[in-house]
Design a protein around this ligand. Structure first.
Ligand SMILES: Nc1ncnc2c1ncn2[C@@H]1O[C@H](COP(=O)(O)OP(=O)(O)OP(=O)(O)O)[C@@H](O)[C@H]1O
Length: 873
């Protein structure tokens, strides 16, 4: 009801639009209103806004719209400074709308930019943008810092005085504050930076026309107007979740409106500014409506204030005078969405918010309407700025100086038609309001400071630094004068003939410039002369250097040629070296192969040598054994010879005795020798041919043994075998159970002398104790065969009794060793030839032994001899 009334009031108040020629007067600018259409969300959506030309749109009401019925389906045309179609880029919008405002800011002019439109029409998109597609605000910050970067004052040189103005501090004071801040910073300030808003520095261009004789500082504030209350979004202190204190709007000494006690942060880079912006965003109240998931329910105002002050005549420090300060501001306002409460179906808190939003927008509209009326008709109607915080805050933009721009964002879909129509009407109205142009003065020039002093100072400082270098020690330079005709002409305009003082002022300025010019001319002529002479000297020097250079170049060429030749030789040598290296490698490989072969052969040779030595040793041993045996034989033969000789003599004596005896029988008186002759006679007497020798006494069985015993008892005994009854064959043929243990295969001797034991069990290996410990076995015989030193076969039989033990086992007690030995027949025959005596004796002994031995053939007896040894152990 209330809104309908005010609408009616507005329509009544509305004055006709001014004619085009009245639109722009010389010292005023209109509010430039742009229209940006956002893309349609769905293909099925029917657009109700059509672009007719780059400046005009046509609104055609859909059948669902209220105005379709109320206004008879009337189409409406709206004209703007420019219409941006949906495909327009953020950069293009910035260049056309915001860049002139930033240029003005740099030059000291105020600027205000609104985005206005229905909820979801793209206001925030246009103002802030999206990650990697940033909007107007980040672009403004980027370009400002890119432009002023080299001309920024140190932090805290300019300091807000809490009354919307600034104080100037000395460098020392500023440094002290910076140090204090550093401590605070260390104690933990959060970084709210969002890198998505950052732009690559190549995409940012500088703004031309910056006054380089000024120092600059940027301050930002970020406030939110929510439910017609102002909140400081950058306020340090209360946690983000808590409600912020409400701020009030005040007027400063220059009649500018400001938020009292607002936090104004000095920013030194675009990144720092983004930090501040994101801190504010976090605090910003966001609420959801049925229409837009991220609909902003408040107006947000981000203000950039640029403070600039001229540097002193030396171009070094800021002049410490507050009067010379220039402060310009650019306010970027993202208005809350204009919406009809019945369409969004808001209730409670949301309804209150919507009411407040609509109220403040309506107030803005009313203010603009009245302002327009005052401007056109020259009336002095009171404009109700104070009715809403947003109009109150920007009062002096409309009443004072500055540039105001507005972007009307519109969603061309049919559902938004009625709201969009209101927005368009408001835009049309705003476009007719005019704002006074801001006047810019170069404060430095007005106080008589030369322009370019800062640059001159920089050049001068650089030149001084360069001169301090050792290579510039000999240079003579006059650094006295900076070539300038003084400050620029004062901005004086002669409007009437009476203004003689202006002419005088201009004449004085001109005279000063003429005098300065003359002085400069004189100085220049002097310097020209000096320069000419030094140029001549330099020319001379250059000529000398040139000729020197030429000769050096010749030397260099010769040296280069030499180097090339050497390089060629080096290459050839390297190639040869490579070839040799390859050959050497091959030879080394071949040598090592030969060495390996040699080592193998040496090894073989050594083995052969060892083998031969071994063989040699064996042969030597055999040979030595043989020699020893031969010696032994020779000794035996010799002693045998001796014995035989003696025996022969004895025989001869006996024969003589026998002969005499025979003669005696025949009647000869013969004297029998006493000694052995008696025995022999007795023997001969007892001897009966055909009787057995066993019938004879033992000493007569071996008739020669007596003599032998007498003469050579030891040697005579050697040839006679000693009989031991224990060695009788019958011992092994006693019929008791024998175990014949022959570990090795017995070499068949092929003779009757082979051991033969009846009732025996032959085993090769004793596997268990039962082999001998059983009831059948009582005797044990171990048979071994080996070669003697003459290489003859020697068979040994170790015999013993098997005695059972108490543990169930058996023990063998050896009590006999029998040895069978064979001799070579040739050796035997030799011996028998030479010693026919002993062979007889053996024969007899064999005879004597026949009871124990198997029967022997004469041939057998002549070939083999059985030796029985006794062993009592
Ligand atoms: N010109 C455009 N191009 C592409 N997308 C856009 C454009 N304008 C708006 N949008 C998209 O529309 C959606 C809503 O936009 P935005 O939040 O800027 O609306 P708004 O007018 O600020 O709404 P509210 O008043 O509720 O805050 C966003 O997702 C945004 O990406």
């Amino acid at each position: 009801m209330k809104s309908a009334k005010s609408k009616q009031r507005l329509n009544e108040m509305r004055t006709p639009a001014r004619s085009k020629q009245n639109l722009v007067s010389g010292d005023r600018d209109p509010v430039y209103v742009f229209c940006r259409l956002r893309p349609m969300q769905r293909d099925a959506d029917v657009p109700c806004v059509k672009i007719l030309s780059p400046t005009t749109v046509l609104m055609s009401p859909p059948s669902t719209a209220l105005s379709y019925r109320n206004e008879n389906n009337k189409t409406m045309k709206y004209t703007f400074k420019e219409v941006f179609p949906p495909e327009t880029s953020q950069q293009e919008v910035f260049d056309k709308v915001a860049l002139p405002l930033v240029e003005g800011l740099i030059k000291g002019k105020n600027g205000l930019l609104f985005t206005y439109g229905v909820t979801g029409s793209g206001k925030t998109f246009t103002m802030t943008g999206e990650p990697n597609n940033c909007g107007i605000l980040p672009r403004c910050l980027n370009i400002i810092f890119k432009t002023i970067n080299d001309y920024q004052a140190h932090k805290y040189v300019f300091k807000p005085d809490k009354m919307n103005m600034f104080d100037i501090q000395t460098e020392a004071e500023a440094m002290l504050e910076r140090q204090q801040e550093l401590h605070k910073f260390k104690s933990g300030r959060k970084n709210n930076s969002n890198p998505d808003l950052a732009m690559s520095s190549t995409d940012i261009t500088k703004i031309e026309g910056l006054n380089e004789d000024n120092q600059y500082a940027v301050f930002v504030t970020y406030v939110e107007i929510y439910n017609n209350s102002v909140f400081d979004l950058l306020e340090d202190g209360p946690p983000i979740t808590k409600n912020l204190p409400v701020k009030i709007i005040r007027e400063d000494g220059s009649h500018n409106m400001y938020v009292h006690g607002v936090t104004e942060i000095e920013i030194k880079s675009a990144d720092e500014a983004f930090d501040a912006f994101y801190l504010g965003l976090k605090r910003k109240r966001m609420a959801h409506t049925n229409l837009n998931a991220e609909s902003s329910r408040s107006h947000s105002v981000f203000t950039i204030r640029l403070v600039q002050a001229p540097v002193d005549a030396e171009g070094e420090a800021v002049i410490q005078n507050k009067k010379f300060l220039s402060v310009s501001q650019l306010s970027l306002v993202d208005l809350a969405g204009s919406e009809r409460t019945n369409r969004t179906k808001n209730t409670g808190q949301r309804l209150r918010e919507a009411g407040n939003i609509n109220k403040s927008l309506m107030t803005l509209r009313t203010c603009l309407e009245l302002l327009r009326e005052n401007q056109i008709s020259g009336a002095n109607n009171m404009v109700p700025y104070r009715e809403s915080k947003i109009t109150h805050l920007f009062k002096n933009f409309f009443e004072g100086e500055g540039q105001v721009r507005m972007i009307v964002c519109a969603n061309p879909r049919a559902e938004d038609y009625d709201e969009t129509l209101q927005v368009m009407r408001f835009a049309e109205l705003a476009a007719e309001v005019e704002v006074t142009k801001a006047q810019v003065t170069d404060i430095g020039a007005t106080i008589g400071l030369m322009s370019g002093r800062r640059k001159a100072n920089r050049l001068f400082t650089t030149a001084k630094e360069n001169l301090a270098r050792p290579e510039a020690r000999d240079l003579e330079l006059d650094l006295g004068l900076v070539y300038s005709l003084g400050p620029d002409f004062p901005n004086l305009e002669l409007k009437s003939a009476q203004a003689a003082h202006i002419t005088k002022e201009l004449m004085a300025h001109l005279e000063m410039r003429i005098n300065r010019r003359e002085a400069l001319k004189r100085s220049k002529a002097l310097k020209d002369e000096r320069f000419r002479s030094s140029l001549l000297e330099l020319e001379k020097e250059t000529l000398e250097l040139r000729s020197e250079n030429l000769s050096l170049r010749g030397q260099l060429n010769a040296a280069e040629q030499r180097i090339r030749a050497l390089e060629d030789r080096l290459t050839a040598t390297e190639n040869a070296s490579l070839t040799n290296q390859r050959k050497l490698t091959e030879i080394t490989e071949y040598t090592s192969q030969l060495k390996r072969e040699l080592q193998e052969k040496d090894l073989l040779l050594n083995q052969n040598k060892l083998e031969k030595e071994k063989q040699k040793k064996i042969l030597e041993r055999k040979y030595n054994n043989k020699i020893a045996a031969e010696h032994e034989k020779a000794r035996e033969i010799h002693s045998e010879n001796e014995r035989l000789k003696n025996a022969k003599k004895e025989q001869e004596k006996i024969l003589m005795v026998i002969d005499q005896a025979l003669k005696g029988d025949r009647g000869d008186n013969v004297d029998y020798p006493k000694s052995t002759g008696d025995v022999a006679a007795q023997t001969t007497r007892d001897f009966t041919p055909g009787s057995t020798p066993r019938a004879l006494p033992a000493h007569l069985l071996t008739p020669f043994s007596a003599a032998q015993t007498r003469d050579t008892p030891a040697s005579s005994r050697r040839g006679i075998a000693v009989a031991n009854p224990r060695h009788r064959r019958s011992l092994s043929a006693d019929g008791r159970g024998w175990v014949e243990h022959a570990p090795n295969k017995i070499v068949p001797m092929g003779t009757v002398m082979k051991p033969s034991i009846v009732n025996s069990k032959i085993v090769n290996k004793l596997k268990s104790v039962k082999d001998i410990a059983n009831s059948k076995t009582s005797k044990y015989c171990l048979i071994s065969q080996e070669q003697d030193t003459d290489g003859e076969l020697e068979t040994k039989l170790y015999k013993g009794d098997v005695v059972p033990t108490c543990g169930g086992g058996a023990q063998v007690i050896f009590n006999d060793v029998e040895m069978l030995k064979q001799f070579s027949p040739t050796r035997e025959s030799n011996q028998s030839n030479r010693t026919s005596g002993p062979s007889c004796a053996r024969h007899s002994s064999k005879k004597r032994d026949t009871t124990h031995s198997p029967p022997q053939t004469p041939s057998n007896a002549s070939k083999k001899q059985r030796i029985i040894m006794l062993d009592d152990d």
